[in-house]
Design a protein. Structure first.
Length: 138
């Protein structure tokens, strides 16, 4: 069994949900693992990783609209030093999570037909993001 670890540096994305499946698969392909597991860990507290619909972009828009409607603009937030979007971003990150573990088959993520990996960017200007990718396999 081989174990590899690398950091994926993502460009800055606008607020919303973004498919990053191809970026992850491209990184996996550099390590010659046919079968195994990948753990993805996002090193940020105002963004998230999740798996959801990979074809219809309206799902990503609906996700953003739901989380905005449910979590943003609460008068009782105290943690607002970095702007009104800061505390909502932390809550969204905690709800959705910062890590995923996904099987690898034939050298790529073994996702369902309609599944893709999302980066949830929860800040208006979040900047670039880093994902620590740990691969284990053969």
């Amino acid at each position: 069994m081989n174990i590899y670890q690398s950091t994926i540096n993502l460009k800055a994305y606008k607020r919303g949900f973004h498919l990053i499946t191809d970026i992850i698969n491209a990184e996996i392909s550099k390590h010659n693992i046919s079968v195994g597991m990948v753990n993805l860990f996002l090193q940020h507290t105002s963004a998230s990783l999740s798996i959801n619909e990979n074809v219809d972009p309206s799902v990503r828009e609906d996700m953003e609209n739901f989380f905005t409607d449910t979590i943003d603009d609460k008068s009782y937030y105290i943690h607002t030093y970095e702007g009104a979007d800061d505390m909502p971003a932390h809550i969204k990150s905690s709800i959705l999570g910062a890590s995923l573990s996904i099987p690898i088959t034939d050298g790529k993520l073994n996702l369902g037909t309609w599944q893709g990996v999302y980066l949830g960017e929860h800040r208006d200007y979040g900047g670039s993001r880093r994902i620590v990718m740990t691969l284990s396999g053969m």
